[in-house]
Every structure is written in structure tokens, then in C-alpha cells.
Design a protein around this ligand. Structure first.
Ligand SMILES: NC(=O)c1ccc[n+]([C@@H]2O[C@H](COP(=O)([O-])OP(=O)(O)OC[C@H]3O[C@@H](n4cnc5c(N)ncnc54)[C@H](OP(=O)(O)O)[C@@H]3O)[C@@H](O)[C@H]2O)c1
Length: 244
């Protein structure tokens, strides 16, 4: 029997952690569709890199605050390119600080749309494909979903919704599809993060260093290949930060 070519869809895949996930899955033999919002140049470069490695690769522009139009675009462009889906990685994210006083409805709705509505709608649209391929969903959660930061109230709450959705979808889509989450501590610092803040955070990380995008990518690959008996789990990828 000839092995079918497996296909992965990664949201927010043009740079940083998403890009590492795309590259690792491509190296493992997956064809790739990924979404980007504003990083058009990075998306083009990545698509060309993947094609040069012999992978089919499609970049889809989508702003997940624009629902349901963005989901329609992803669904249509994905199905125009590929006839199956094996892996969905919900990685796109908006890391937006706001104190209680500064948190307004537009911010809350944006974060909810990107972190909760979009993963749910994508699971709904691709459920048939994923069931058929006995596929996998991986949701990029955050340690802050369990340990909220006061300056990131709406962000943390929306990631907590994604953690809950991970468990709900795992039940709904079983037994054909596994659904898991990865909750990183720090795996790539936000741009311009102060050195003093970095050191303060690392003091409470037993392994004494930040993780890397590669650590995330390896964990995604594991959950989508050999980690077949895991579902509904949120893996803390944090160097032990959550046990301190
Ligand atoms: N970095 C860390 O240490 C860390 C820690 C904990 C959790 N995580 C989680 O791990 C994942 C990857 O982390 P990251 O730091 O690489 O994420 P990131 O850079 O904050 O965001 C990833 C991508 O999301 C896309 N995005 C933002 N707003 C969007 C919107 N409205 N619609 C569609 N796409 C949108 C952006 O695409 P464009 O660039 O194309 O605009 C961005 O490149 C995220 O889910 C994050 O919450 C990361």
C-alpha cells in the first residue's frame, strides 16, 4: 500500500514559533498550509523555502478578528489546494496587555475571536477531514491560562477558554481525532522584553533557561505522530516553571 501524503494546517505560521512548527512538520514529510495576517514577506519566503525542499506549501492570508469571513477563506483556499487534512495547529495569537481599567470590549472581543472562536470554527469546518484521516489538533495555549497575570486579564481568560475547548473537543472528536494543547512558559521572548524581566522570570525556572521554538515544534510533532494515546491534555512546556 502506498502511504498517503499527510497535510498540516498551521495558523500564524509565517514567523517565530509558528514558523518552527511549519518547518519541523515539513521536514517530517507533511505538506503544509499556513495562515498569516500581516507577515506577507515572511510568508512568501517560507513558502518558497518549503517548495525548494519538495513540499507542497500554501500561505493563506487571514485575520481571525474578521469572522466568519477569515474561516471561509481558510477553508476554501485549503480545499482548493489539498484533498485531506491530518493536523491542525491553532497557533495564531495576539499578546495584548491591558490593565483592568484599560480593558475594553473591542480588546476582549479581538482576543476571544483569535483564541477561542477561531479554533472552534476551524475544528467545526475541518472535523470531517480530520476524522477521515484519524488526525490531530494541537492548540497553543499558555501557562498564563492557569496562572493569570493582572496586566493581561483578557489575554489570560481567552487562553483559558482555549484550554477548556481543548478538553471539550477531545471528547467531541474522539475516537478518531486527538486534541491536545501545549502551554509554554517562555519559548521565544516578546520583542523588546527588558533584560531585568527576563532574569526575574528565569529565576523561577528549574531548568534555568527559556525554551525554544524548536522545543515547541518537537512537541507538536510528537503529539501528531507517536503520541497517539494522549488526548485532552495540556502539556506544560516550561522548564518546570509551573511546579515552582
Ligand atoms: N513566545 C512564547 O514564549 C510563548 C509563551 C506562551 C505561549 N505561547 C503561544 O505559542 C504560540 C506561538 O507564540 P509566538 O510568540 O510565536 O506568537 P506570536 O508571535 O505572538 O503570534 C503568532 C502569529 O499570530 C498571528 N496573529 C496575530 N493576530 C492575528 C489575527 N488577528 N488574525 C490572524 N493571525 C494573527 C501573527 O501573524 P502575522 O505576523 O502574519 O501578523 C503572528 O505571527 C501562541 O499561541 C502563543 O500564545 C508563546
Amino acid at each position: 500500500m502506498v502511504d498517503m501524503q499527510r497535510v498540516a494546517l498551521v495558523t500564524g505560521g509565517a514567523k517565530r514559533v509558528g514558523r518552527a512548527i511549519v518547518e519541523r512538520l515539513a521536514d517530517a514529510g507533511f505538506d503544509i498550509a499556513f495562515t498569516y495576517r500581516g507577515s506577507e514577506d515572511e510568508a512568501r519566503t517560507l513558502t518558497n523555502d518549503l517548495a525548494a525542499r519538495g513540499r507542497s506549501a500554501v500561505a493563506i492570508q487571514a485575520d481571525f478578528t474578521q469572522l466568519p469571513g477569515a474561516i471561509d477563506a481558510v477553508e476554501n483556499q485549503f480545499h482548493a489546494a489539498f484533498g485531506r487534512l491530518d493536523v491542525l495547529v491553532n497557533n495564531a495569537s495576539a499578546y495584548s496587555p491591558a490593565t483592568l481599567a484599560a480593558t475594553d470590549l473591542p480588546l476582549m472581543r479581538r482576543l476571544w475571536a483569535v483564541h477561542a472562536e477561531t479554533p472552534l470554527l476551524l475544528a467545526q469546518r475541518f472535523a470531517t477531514d480530520l476524522r477521515r484521516s484519524r488526525g490531530h489538533i494541537v492548540n497553543m495555549v499558555d501557562l498564563l491560562a492557569e496562572h493569570p497575570l493582572p496586566r493581561y486579564l483578557a489575554f489570560c481568560a481567552s487562553k483559558a477558554a482555549l484550554a477548556n475547548l481543548t478538553m471539550g473537543l477531545a471528547r467531541e472528536l474522539a475516537p478518531e481525532v486527538t486534541v491536545n494543547g501545549i502551554a509554554p512558559g517562555v519559548v521565544e521572548w516578546p520583542d523588546e522584553y527588558p533584560e531585568a524581566e527576563r532574569q526575574k522570570y528565569l529565576k523561577r525556572v528549574p531548568l534555568g533557561r527559556p525554551g525554544t521554538p524548536g522545543d515547541v515544534a518537537e512537541t507538536v510533532l510528537f503529539l501528531c505522530t507517536t503520541g497517539n494515546y494522549l488526548t485532552g491534555q495540556i502539556l506544560h512546556l516550561d522548564g518546570g516553571r509551573s511546579i515552582t
